[in-house]
Design a protein around this ligand. Structure first.
Ligand SMILES: O=P(O)(O)O[C@H]1O[C@H](CO)[C@@H](O)[C@H]1O
Ligand SMILES: O=c1cc[nH]c(=O)[nH]1
Length: 236
């Protein structure tokens, strides 16, 4: 047991997928894992472990934002021994080339969060993906019909913004998409010496205001879940 999860030691695999939405964890467990079993219902933040192609994999909801992600990632690593972590999230596209349901692999993360400033005593830190998992996910994505983009993402503490100026500045510098958890994931993975990657599906296009009618539907996530699962089991 950890402070925020009721799983027992050994209930959680060393390979863990991390959707923000706990119902996405349930969906992935029910549609992609064999013999899946729910190990956590605390706060409705569902977590499941099952087999994917014979390999134990867990899928754990993280909630929204860096603080919530930090809690689950820290406990997964410190209390349950997680070693490979892949976020499967949604994002808002910030470049015109990106469309609803495209896939973004977050190579690096820019942020308005002051999480790393606090850790690094005022200095900048560049949270970045594990290169091996990034490369494997890219190769996996290229075997599907998905349009895949690799690059910098904007991690924000704001969903509803006081000003659009910062968002536009990041757009100007070629940042692909905005989301809310990857700074915490990459920074804590580095701290604890484990591997992490964020795979994101475009759920909205911020330049055109187009929004997926299917944010939580099966089709939007099947491709991302498969890419993430095939990537995570390929890791030694
Ligand atoms: O779909 P998830 O994984 O929750 O990710 C995105 O969606 C939420 C905002 O709607 C934020 O958590 C953001 O990062
Ligand atoms: O964090 C997010 C995710 C989707 N769309 C946004 O505008 N922000």
């Amino acid at each position: 047991m950890s402070i925020h999860m009721e799983a027992k030691s050994g209930d959680i695999a060393e390979r863990v997928l991390l959707p923000g939405d706990p119902l996405r964890a349930k969906f992935v467990a029910e549609h992609f894992l064999e013999n899946s079993r729910c190990y956590n219902e605390v706060r409705g933040m569902y977590g499941y472990t099952g087999l994917y192609k014979g390999v134990p994999v867990s899928v754990q909801g993280t909630g929204m934002g860096n603080p919530s992600m930090s809690i689950y990632v820290t406990e997964l690593i410190r209390d349950y021994g997680a070693k490979k972590l892949i976020r499967i999230g949604t994002c808002g596209a910030m470049q015109k080339e990106l469309h609803i349901r495209d896939i973004v692999l977050a190579q690096a993360v820019s942020s308005d969060s002051n999480m790393t400033e606090k850790i690094f005593m005022g200095c900048n830190y560049a949270p970045s993906a594990d290169f091996g998992m990034l490369m494997k996910a890219y190769q996996q994505a290229k075997t599907t019909s998905a349009n895949v983009f690799v690059g910098n993402v904007y991690n924000s503490d704001e969903f509803y913004r006081e000003t659009m100026a910062r968002l536009h500045k990041f757009m100007e510098f070629g940042v692909l998409a905005v989301e809310m958890e990857s700074t915490a994931l990459y920074t804590l993975a580095a701290k604890y010496g484990v591997k992490a990657l964020s795979i994101l599906t475009v759920g909205s296009q911020l330049l055109t205001n187009e929004r997926s009618a299917h944010k939580d539907s099966e089709q939007s996530f099947n491709q991302m879940a498969e890419i993430a699962l095939d990537t995570i089991i390929a890791e030694a």
